[in-house]
Design a protein around this ligand. Structure first.
Ligand code: BYC
Ligand code: FE
Ligand code: FE
Length: 473
């Protein structure tokens, strides 16, 4: 298995595509359809080159090369992390057996389903972010948007490769359908809820890359544990790219909070809308929204699907091999909080196997808390008492136990009337969204930045903030 990537062939890859002519031809047949989709649904905004990183190796160091690239000429390819010698199934009923290089017949449908769901989110996010280039706060941000978009496009390639290589005709049909469904389409929407929401402004983009890309991190982390080795290896490499997406989110929100804090100090008021800043209560509402739609992506707290995936070895837990238990979980149970019709919370004991979506969600939640701690430190450093927080996981949910209940950000179960009276305090209103949109005037001059966000502390690849990250027409 070469670490280096073959860039001479039409589709860059490190999977020896040239040795499998049938597969190569099939993927070369899909490639123009992908490029066509990219042209129609990919980022708007003409430019003459973006300072992008492209993967050149899957090894530990120096895996990426940075250069100005004309975006439609980006070399999307198929990159799998290096195989682990003698890798064994780490959990479930096949624990200890060699991992699979082919798809076992009995798990074909489930594996295909997982790969299709994962693959569906990648192009969906590109569609959601399609217009953001028209209102970027700086060339640095514009560059990051394009970087995230091309890599989400590559993540689609990663899943399409698996579908073509291992799932026959059905896999090829699913690969076509991934380009056919569209975010927000009334007739053929994307599969998961959060991927049909709009990402209409840059605060939403930072929140999305913080909260929703982070779901990606946890889902990919659990698929990386899969006994189906090609899936595991492709997810390992995707996770490498994913780190940058979350950096964009974490530092993006940092920069908005920093700028708002500066304006609050300067004008000695929390009401900074009039001076072109984003008030902290609007930032809180954005957190409430993006965090809770991302919680929905973990599925129900109890799930027989998740139990079956685990037992079969298809999808593990976050850092499965570091867990100190039998990795089969057939005799264990956990307690979980459940809202009741009478307005109280009860505790229910359920088999651990059924609660694996909740297990992953809990890992995700504790990671999300780190961002809030950072953002509050910025407020503290500016001498501001306001604190941001994550709402209760039952708030604003459409999937799982809490869907169908009205739950406030502090976890109180309330009636419909109370909910309706409170929701404009908790979730972005039409006016809030319109206000944030009104701030989104593009700033395309080198070294300049919009007034509602602070510049980044570090540039990309050691370049300064005023570097020509994007060459505009
Ligand atoms: N919306 O047993 P349950 C990323 C369906 S993000 C609509 O609770 P399960 C990225 C579910 O399919 C990571 N439907 O769910 C981020 C099931 O349907 P069936 C994406 C939903 O199966 C940013 C039924 O409800 N990757 O990479 O345990 C930018 C019962 O559900 C939703 C993955 O998600 C929903 N939110 O878990 C770019 C990994 N939730 O089977 C990219 C692959 C559930 O009864 N997916 N349903 O027809 C999975 O592991 C699982 O499918 C889920 C759901 C975790 C999503
Ligand atoms: Fe992705
Ligand atoms: Fe991502």
């Amino acid at each position: 298995m070469p670490t280096n990537i073959d860039y001479d062939s039409k589709i860059p890859n490190n999977v020896a595509l040239a040795d499998d002519r049938r597969l190569q031809r099939a993927l070369e047949g899909w490639q123009p359809k992908f490029l066509n989709w990219w042209g129609e649904m990919g980022p708007e905004l003409e430019n003459q080159g973006v300072y992008l990183r492209t993967a050149v190796s899957v090894g530990r160091d120096g895996w990426a090369h940075f250069d100005h690239v004309n975006v439609p000429d980006y070399r999307w390819g198929i990159f799998l992390a290096e195989p682990t010698p003698d890798r064994r199934v780490a959990f479930g009923e096949h624990k200890g057996q060699p991992v699979w290089q082919q798809v076992p017949g009995e798990y074909r449908a489930d594996l295909q389903r997982l790969i299709v769901v994962q693959g569906d989110t990648e192009p969906a996010s590109v569609e959601q972010q399609r217009l953001l280039g028209l209102s970027a706060p700086s060339l640095y941000d514009l560059r990051n948007l394009f970087q995230v978009n091309v890599e989400e496009g590559r993540h689609l390639w990663a899943m399409v490769y698996l579908l073509h290589a291992y799932f026959g005709r059905e896999g090829r049909e699913e690969a076509e359908a991934l380009l056919y469904r569209n975010s927000g389409s009334p007739d053929s929407p994307r599969i998961l809820g959060a991927f049909n929401e709009e990402t209409a402004d840059w605060l939403a983009f930072y929140m999305f890359t913080y909260f929703t890309d982070r779901d990606g991190k946890y889902q990919l982390g659990s698929l990386k544990e899969s006994a189906f080795d090609p899936l595991s290896r492709t997810c390992s490499f995707m996770l490498k790219e994913e780190a940058h997406h979350m950096m964009v989110g974490t530092t993006g929100v940092d920069r908005v909070v920093t700028r708002s804090a500066q304006l609050i100090r300067e004008h000695d008021t929390l009401d900074i809308a009039a001076c072109g800043g984003i008030p902290l209560d609007i930032i809180q509402k954005y957190i409430n929204f993006h965090y809770t739609v991302s919680l929905d992506l973990f599925g129900s707290e109890t799930s027989t699907n998740a139990a079956n995936y685990y037992t079969a070895g298809l999808k593990g837990r976050w850092q499965e091999e570091r867990r100190k238990d039998d990795h089969r979980l057939t005799d264990d149970s956990v307690f979980m909080d459940k809202p009741e019709g009478d307005g109280t919370w009860s505790q229910e004991e359920v088999p651990t196997l059924l609660a694996l979506n909740l297990d992953l969600r809990d890992e995700y939640i504790s990671d999300c808390k780190n961002g809030v701690t950072r953002w509050n430190r910025i407020l503290e450093d500016h001498g501001i008492d306001f604190r941001l927080r994550l709402p209760h996981p039952g708030f604003n949910r459409n999937v799982g136990f809490a869907s169908g209940h009205h739950i406030t950000p502090d976890g109180t179960i309330v009636d419909e009337q109370t909910w309706e009276a409170g929701r404009h305090h908790w979730l972005p209103t039409t006016e809030d969204l319109a206000f944030v949109r009104s701030l989104m005037q593009p700033v395309y001059e080198r070294g300049k930045i919009a007034q509602w966000v602070a510049p980044p502390v570090n540039g990309i690849n050691g370049k300064p903030f005023d570097y020509e990250y994007v060459r505009l027409v």
